[in-house]
Design a protein around this ligand. Structure first.
Ligand SMILES: Nc1ncnc2c1ncn2[C@@H]1O[C@H](COP(=O)(O)OP(=O)(O)OP(=O)(O)O)[C@@H](O)[C@H]1O
Length: 617
């Protein structure tokens, strides 16, 4: 099936999806070889039990009939016991009892092993999804169709875990069917053929409807994401304020309802068609069953079959019909379920474009010269306009540089390019003269510490929120405390009832929410956790007042002495302390120099500086 394309709701798609079963089973095996083996053995034992029980049942009945027809049969139980005539019968009954107990026991064991195996599988797949997602490019996450695919992979795969039980049941049922079929064939092979023929139409019916449902779900993934999003924003702590103030509730509700209604109508149409078509097809199976039953009764009446044979055959027939019906429909639904696995395997085939080269260079320790943009051009995927074009600039070792420019000038883009969250489309970025792409990616990311404007407010403890900057050091309390002090976050933490161990954020009941500025201080402390050689504050200070931001920047400059510090802010009063200020406009360097240089000459910087200064007068 072509990646991303909805499958055509036909049988071939269904059959093709069966290819997913072997890799799925390999995942199961990987999750737990021991449990998988145990499961197979148990299923095999269970598979042979029905025919064994029915056969023993037949033997019992034949014995009873034979014994009761004896001319000089004993009249009392004691008489039977003493005669020894009923020994075989007693043995057979004991055997039947043993089989019944074993069937119950293995049934429970199967449920247990199945549940454990599914749990292990969920963990294993979740970890693999997380690991794989972690390695993918940022661009992928900003791409809506990728989001749909990831969403489908996650949602569909977790929903497909019971497929394991289905496959196992299928294997078990196939063995049971085979054992019954052997039994029936011994009497009359046509009985089996008759049954199978009657059931084929309903198999195709099932397959057809499953494929339609899948195709519909697949096609609706973007709408479903929107529907879930609407339901989510209508009632979350993040949105509650605006939903109330702007009275968004009716609007959200209507949009949700429009989508949900469409889903409902489409689902109903499929369900109705399935109801009528399947009713007819299933009736065919019933007809065949009673036809065969009549044949067995007739043969018993004419004396060709014994009463034991009658019970065995009619029992086998009944079981076989149920089994075949179940097998065919569950086979078709299994194939249908397997189609959903396409999304998972497709997701696993996505390879990041940004990766370390085969023989990566280590990051220089220390950086001798610095970073350099050489005529760099970059466009976001799917965008016509250049975010950055003909950009040439330098960040020299040990220097504090500020980037200023109006919204959309390209400041954040420069930072993303420095950390190789994206690679340039034109020109190149070098570190100590070598292209960034030649270096080890993990080392590069470790040496570039960025606190973004939209940093994440994690619903974990205050200490952990700071440790995010260097998660390996999450148990290094002195390091966390000292980072907090440098970022002025210690004052924020001092006010929390449980100090560093206070859960923050409002997601969990025991969390305590912080003000925007307080969150920013915690985030800035993350920068100090790192041993980064290039530290970037990309406007995480916007919620601080002008004086606090100035103080944060001043400290940042002093505390990052010897490293490269990059500051981004819209406040000219704060950036003036940088060694060099780069003025960006429309994705290009418009001017650069120290504050004194820039203010001394007419230009954009002086203009904007004066505009802001007036505001403060
Ligand atoms: N993820 C993205 N996908 C597509 N276009 C983007 C993306 N991020 C930024 N852009 C575009 O790239 C250009 C540069 O954006 P950038 O974020 O670098 O600006 P900025 O100078 O940091 O702005 P601000 O001061 O508002 O933070 C803008 O035109 C913006 O619309």
């Amino acid at each position: 099936m072509a990646p991303g394309a909805p499958p055509t709701p036909d049988f071939s798609a269904r059959w093709a999806a069966l290819k997913n079963i072997p890799p799925f089973l390999r995942m199961v095996w990987r999750a737990s070889p021991g449990l998988t083996l145990a499961m197979l053995v148990l299923r095999l034992i269970r598979a042979l039990m029905p025919v064994a029980m029915l056969w023993v049942g037949k033997l019992i009945i034949d014995q009873v009939v034979a014994l009761s027809a004896l001319p000089d049969a004993p009249q009392t139980l004691e008489g039977w016991w003493n005669s020894g005539l009923a020994e075989t019968l007693v043995l057979l009954v004991a055997l039947e009892l043993g089989l019944a107990v074993a069937q119950d026991l293995t049934g429970r064991l199967v449920s247990y092993v199945d549940a454990m195996l599914q749990e292990k599988l969920v963990i294993d797949i979740s970890i693999r999804l997380m690991d794989h997602a972690a390695g993918l490019d940022l661009a992928s996450f900003e791409d809506a169709s990728f989001q749909d695919r990831l969403d489908r992979a996650r949602r569909n795969t977790m929903g497909r875990i019971p497929l394991l039980g289905q496959i196992m049941q299928q294997v078990q049922d196939v063995v049971t069917v085979a054992s019954f079929a052997v039994g029936l064939t011994l009497y009359n092979p046509w009985l089996v053929v008759l049954l199978a023929l009657a059931l084929i139409p309903s198999l195709f019916g099932e397959m057809h409807f499953n494929a339609q449902t899948y195709a519909l779900n697949h096609r609706r993934a973007p709408d479903r994401r929107e529907r879930d999003y609407l339901r989510m924003i209508a009632a979350t702590s993040e949105t509650a304020k605006e939903v109330k103030i702007f009275g968004l509730s009716p609007w959200l509700r209507d949009r949700y309802l429009t989508l949900a209604r469409r889903f409902y109508v489409e689902n109903r149409a499929i369900q109705r068609r399935q109801l009528s078509v399947m009713a007819v097809l299933t009736a065919l199976g019933t007809l065949a069953y009673y036809g065969a039953f009549l044949w067995i009764i007739a043969r018993t009446l004419t004396g060709t079959l014994s009463i034991g044979d009658l019970t065995f055959l009619s029992g086998s027939f009944l079981r076989l019909r149920g089994l075949l019906e179940g097998l065919l429909s569950s086979f078709s639904s299994m194939a249908g379920e397997a189609m959903y696995l396409d999304d998972l395997f497709e997701f696993f085939t996505a390879i990041p474009a940004i990766a370390s080269p085969p023989n990566p260079l280590p990051i220089p320790q220390p950086i001798r010269h610095g970073f350099r943009f050489d005529d760099v051009g970059f466009r976001y995927p799917g965008r016509e306009a250049w975010a950055v074009r003909r950009m040439t600039l330098e960040l020299a070792a040990g220097e504090t540089v500020a980037l200023v420019g109006e919204n959309g000038a390209g400041k954040t883009t420069i930072v993303k390019l420095l950390a190789r969250l994206y690679d340039p489309d034109e020109g190149r970025i070098t570190l100590d003269g070598r292209d960034l792409r030649e270096y080890d990616l993990d080392q590069l990311r470790a040496t570039v510490g960025v606190i973004f404007q939209d940093f994440v407010r994690y619903a974990v403890t205050a200490a952990e929120n700071i440790a995010i900057g260097r998660i390996e050091a999450r148990d290094d309390r002195p390091r966390i405390v000292s980072s907090a002090e440098r970022a002025l976050a210690d004052e924020v933490i001092a006010k929390l009832p449980q100090g560093y161990d206070q859960m923050v954020g409002k997601r969990f009941a025991r969390g305590l929410d912080l003000s925007g500025g307080e969150w920013q201080k915690l985030a800035i402390a993350r920068a100090y956790m790192r041993d980064a050689q290039l530290l970037v504050l990309d406007e995480p200070t916007a919620a601080l007042d002008a004086r606090a931001e100035y103080e944060v920047f001043q400290r940042f400059r002093d505390l990052t002495a010897g490293r490269i510090a990059l500051l981004i802010s819209h406040r000219f009063s704060s950036v003036r302390m940088a060694d060099r200020i780069i003025v960006l406009e429309g994705g290009r360097v418009q001017d650069q120099g120290s504050h004194a240089d820039l203010i001394a000459r007419p230009g954009r910087y002086r203009e904007l500086f004066e505009l802001q200064a007036q505001g403060y007068r």
